[in-house]
Ligand binder design. Structure first.
Ligand code: NAD
Length: 252
């Protein structure tokens, strides 16, 4: 991995940093010179991820949809580093189901984690963010496109696209940049767990790929590189934007 030190000396938080896109981004952040806090729900995965990141990372177990867990995570960061230059609000879940099979529990879980969890992660982190900090919100291509059997997940991601714009206004006095990133289909444990059977997942991936001009699923590191751009001074005049890293899906 190239190492251009674009984030030298920065303190970052990646929620859901123990798997998939979050872990790939934490790896990039460390390679670029940042110290990274990662959060995740499962302690064993978190420990393994921290170990793979070396001594420039610290893991905090917790659920983003629980405000007490968020308070605890922010308190740990405050105690250890005193500030947060980059916040990547990435944690999220997807549970696809045909319209007539969606349960109330699935609906509530996705909104609780993806929307409420993301919003309060930002709110709770605010006291630690210096003027000029960067916030990146994990949205998705499905926030602007309709695909079968994912109406609830897609609605959560559409809400996140909206947050990127409204938070930009809320934080303008402090010159904090807020941008959304919207990946197309990316090979991760999350993508492989969205439907009940491997056959259903394969069918879904084929449906997605047929809508990707570049004709393939993306790699988590291809998202991580874009997040580094939004986190670093390379994007110093970019805020309130949504970066599609989707093989061209948004354009067709
Ligand atoms: P993943 O399942 O590999 O990673 C998800 C991460 O979120 C894990 O670290 C998990 O611990 C964490 N997480 C989930 N619920 C949590 C909670 N309640 N509290 C704290 N952490 C929680 O999946 P991924 O594909 O890497 O997904 C990461 C983000 O990217 C998600 O927001 C997802 O919606 C988004 N996304 C993924 C794709 C894709 O195709 N993989 C495409 C667009 C957007």
């Amino acid at each position: 991995m190239e190492n251009s030190q674009k984030l030298a000396g920065k303190i970052a938080l990646v929620t859901g940093g123990n798997s998939g896109i979050g872990l790939a981004t934490a790896q990039r952040f460390v390679a670029e010179g940042a110290f990274v806090f990662i959060t995740g729900r499962r302690q064993a995965e978190l420990d393994a991820a921290v170990q793979s990141l070396g001594n420039q990372a610290f893991g905090i177990q917790g659920d983003v949809s629980k405000l007490a867990d968020l308070d605890r995570a922010i308190a740990v960061i405050k105690e250890q580093k005193g500030r947060l230059d980059v916040l990547f609000a990435n944690a999220g879940i997807a549970e696809f189901a045909p319209l007539d099979a969606v349960t109330e529990a699935q609906y509530d879980r996705q909104f609780d984690i993806n929307v409420k969890g993301l919003f309060f992660t930002v709110q709770k982190a605010l006291p630690l963010l210096p003027d000029g900090a960067a916030i990146i919100l994990m949205a998705s291509i499905v926030g602007i496109k309709g695909f079968e059997a994912n109406s609830v997940y897609s609605a959560t991601k559409a809400a996140i696209r909206s947050f990127a714009r409204t938070l930009t206004s809320d934080l303008k006095a402090r010159r904090i940049r807020v941008n959304a990133i919207s990946p197309g289909p990316i090979e991760t444990p999350g993508l492989n767990g969205i439907l009940d059977t491997p056959e259903q997942v394969a069918q879904f991936k084929a449906q997605m790929v047929s809508a990707v001009p570049l004709g393939r699923v993306g790699d988590a590191d291809e998202i991580a590189k874009a997040v580094v751009f939004l986190a670093s001074d390379d994007s110093s005049f970019v805020t309130g934007a949504e970066l599609f890293v989707d093989g061209g899906m948004a354009q067709v």
